[in-house]
Ligand binder design. Sequence first.
Ligand code: KG4
Ligand code: ZN
Length: 338
Amino acid sequence: MGSPVVLGIESSCDETGAGVVRGGRLLGHALASSMDEHARYGGVVPEIAARAHVQALRPVVREALDDAGLGFADVGAVAVTTGPGLAGALQVGLAGGKGLAYALGVPLYGVHHLAGHVAADTLAHGPLPDPCVVLIVSGGHTSLLLVRDLVRSPIAHLGDTLDDAAGECFDKVARVFGLPHPGGPAVDRAARTGNPRAVAFPRPLAGSPDHPYDFSFSGLKTAAARWAEGHAGRALPTADGAASLQEAVADVLTRKAVAACAEHGVGTLVVVGGVAANSRVRSLAEERCRAAGITLRVPPLRLCTDNGAMIAAVGDLLVRSGAEPAPLDLSVDPSAPL
Ligand code: KG4
Ligand code: ZN
């Protein structure tokens, strides 16, 4: 018999994603994005995102199944993101997932978006070791977690951001630097030709004994804005600013993540979420993990940013762990805690 084919649906922000996973293996996936529609507003507009999900959901699900060489009749379970995220956007995916599960007569599973980011890595590198330290860095979250069994045991928060998320810092500073939305990838691109030591941006909470594993990015964001303002009337050396900002973010993230592994005697660090796509976060994590004798796992780029495959991956873990399916009156939770 084996485990069933799980169809995963993601719609928490501006990406409509569907993925097909069975027994820990990614069989197919598809993604549509309303990113370009938000660009002129400088950030994600919730109503535009929700409307775009309505249009994209059916074709994206179809495309993911086609990619897997499967049809609706092959689907054995449906997993859908219930939060955290934009309420209207989440509702579109959940309604679609419920309708599909009901029509196909298969169980429905609600999935936490951040658990999805963590599970994304299993599709590339197999089951997570128990325990592992997970650095989750996205547009809305920045946390250091101690993970044992992702779907069975409680997740311990070693630290969190006290203010902005790392991705939010990239996005907001990019706007000040005149770079396009989304800011993270734009900063990454601009940084390629810049000097990471050009500007001495602060490393907030880097050596804080009270907050060894917490983060703070709002001061860094302000420092970058001040630096840009200081060039009023002159050309902004954007590449140097971008490289220096990226270096500061990558430095605090990886320093704390590696220290958390060392203190907890954990041999594996997993870095996930949209900011795990950042080239300097990846290379510095690699460098520091190698020096500390820690195994580093980072998903390939397309599995770092939001996608449906990661939601299917959690659904697959839930099914295989014998978890109870969700009732059909399952609702979204836009600020769901992990
Ligand atoms: O995980 P994700 O796709 O969505 C959320 O759950 O938030 O993360 C999106 C965030 C955005 O802030 C985006 O700017 C950032 O990830 N991001 C990056 C890069 N690619 C995406 N930040 C820095 N460098 C990148 N290459
Ligand atoms: Zn995300």
